[in-house]
Design a binder for this molecule. Structure first.
Ligand SMILES: Cc1cc2nc3c(=O)[nH]c(=O)nc-3n(C[C@H](O)[C@H](O)[C@H](O)COP(=O)(O)OP(=O)(O)OC[C@H]3O[C@@H](n4cnc5c(N)ncnc54)[C@H](O)[C@@H]3O)c2cc1C
Length: 444
């Protein structure tokens, strides 16, 4: 067996997982990562301390045999716990079935476990402190900067996969060579991570089995539980303008914002002002790029291909699904890499674009619509339709989070369902009566 060697850029979430799949197929893989090894040096794993893991991600972790180890480190979240301005809370379940749950998981721990899993295959080595500066796709050459010296090194590659995240350098090289359709859409809103610590008695201070949301129209605060009984809170807030990261700066500004908008949360956040001032503000954007490959030499996966805003909790899940789909294509096309890269790019690009669009739409839903009577009416109808037609009607949130159908199909079905609910509401604006015959006719 004379299998080719793969070069992967980035040992974040997607890189080590993809390396594991390749290694299991007998390929040798070298991953180049700009940061030091987080298993040896205490560094932040990057953006967001914890993440919502759902079926697409779980499926891939099961395929490589890691889910059994990860599962005990996760916390199930059964729905959205909405916090009103007066401190009242109410739970909106994500689904109607017991297993319709998403899971909070630590990004750092998951990343470290993925790296160790990849190395354990014996076919993967990770070179830390190597930052890719540029790629020459004609000459098959990559230029890296080593972080412990001013030295730059040139390495040749046979096949390179960019798992180098939303600011991918490999993407730049592919865009240049293919004259790709390429847009970065800034959201105009950024994020800041904050903390609700455990109680004095080492307990959770709010309900652990929920994703908490404080929806406030133009912005929102969310909180996901951690296994140390703390919550990581994230404020999603405009970057500029009257009420924005540009204007909320002093301790007084921060306390004013939180005491007026998130009064029940602020009581639980003793280090709020300090955290707000010392934690970085992250920017958010969606990346739309087509194609994701150049010939049979270079390919993008994960955020490098399709960075999405985090409001559907799907960026990592989509990236893991990329790895699983690519693995299937390797089997289907019997190691014909021209066909594999081409097929992956052709079929997956539209899914990347669909989840990017749905994630933006979900920001509006989370920060604004969840408390809106019209949204609640539509959501009730969705749930009734699901009970009436369990094989033919699955709400969009469930199709994304509890099923694995391609995102582009979910998007299309979701739009049809929206129109269907419009018709139900035309027949009965209160949404209490559902005309079964009408729905039967409209359902695929
Ligand atoms: C606030 C926030 C919350 C989120 N919440 C969720 C969630 O709940 N659920 C979910 O599914 N997703 C979530 N995401 C999205 C998720 O973080 C990403 O989709 C996921 O990390 C993508 O994995 P990746 O491996 O493609 O990129 P990354 O995890 O970003 O990894 C990229 C790696 O490449 C390295 N790298 C970058 N450039 C270079 C270079 N030039 N040379 C060498 N190495 C390089 C980086 O150091 C990094 O290790 C969230 C994102 C944010 C910002």
């Amino acid at each position: 067996m004379n299998k080719e060697k793969f070069t992967l850029i980035g040992a974040g979430l997607a890189g080590p997982l993809m390396a594991t799949y390749l290694a299991k197929k007998g390929y040798f893989v070298e991953i180049y990562e700009q940061r030091p090894d987080m298993r040896k040096e205490s560094i932040s794993a990057g953006r967001s301390i914890n993440l919502a893991l759902s079926i697409r991600g779980i499926h891939a972790l099961e395929e490589v045999g890691l889910y059994k180890k990860i599962k005990p480190q996760t916390i199930p979240m059964k729905g959205r716990m909405i916090h009103d301005l007066d401190g009242k809370t109410h739970l909106q379940p994500y689904g109607q079935k017991d297993d319709e749950t998403i899971f909070s998981v630590s990004r750092g721990k998951l990343n470290m476990d993925l790296m160790t899993l990849a190395e354990k295959t014996g076919n993967v080595s990770i070179r830390f402190n190597h930052q890719l500066l540029s790629a020459d796709l004609d000459q098959n050459e990559l230029i890296f900067q080593l972080s412990d010296s001013s030295e730059e090194i040139k390495l040749s590659f046979s096949k390179v996969i960019g798992c180098d995240g939303s600011a991918s350098i490999l993407r730049k090289a592919i865009v240049k060579k293919t004259n790709a359709d390429y847009v970065i859409k800034p959201l105009g809103h950024g994020y800041k991570e904050l903390t609700i610590p455990p109680s004095k008695h080492e307990k959770f201070q709010i309900e652990p089995n929920a994703l908490h949301i404080w929806p406030r129209g133009k912005y929102m605060l969310i909180a996901l539980p951690n296994t140390d009984f703390s919550f990581t809170c994230t404020l999603f807030f405009p970057m500029t303008g009257e009420n924005s990261f540009e204007t909320v700066i002093t301790e007084k500004d921060i306390l004013n914002l939180f005491q007026s908008q998130f009064p029940d949360a602020v009581k639980l956040m003793p280090t709020l002002a300090e955290d707000f001032q010392s934690n970085p503000t992250g920017d958010l954007a969606s990346v739309y790029c087509e194609p994701w490959h150049f010939e049979n030499k270079a390919l993008l996966i994960g955020d490098a291909a399709h960075a999405v805003v985090p409001f559907f909790g799907q960026g990592m899940n989509a990236s893991f699904q990329d790895c699983s789909v690519l693995n299937q294509l390797i089997g289907q096309h019997a190691d014909d890499w021209t066909a594999i890269f081409n097929d992956f790019s052709t079929t997956q690009v539209e899914n990347g674009h669909a989840i990017a669009d749905m994630a933006i739409e979900n920001y509006l839903e989370m920060r604004d619509h969840v408390n809106n009577p019209d949204y609640k009416k539509r959501r009730n109808i969705e749930l009734k339709l699901e009970r009436m037609f369990p094989d033919r009607f699955i709400p969009r949130y469930s199709m994304v989070s509890f099923h694995q159908m391609p995102y582009s199909e979910v998007y299309e079905k979701g739009n049809q369902q929206y129109k269907l609910i419009d018709e139900v509401l035309k027949a009965d604006p209160a949404g209490t009566f559902i005309d079964k015959a009408l729905v039967e006719k409209m359902l695929p």
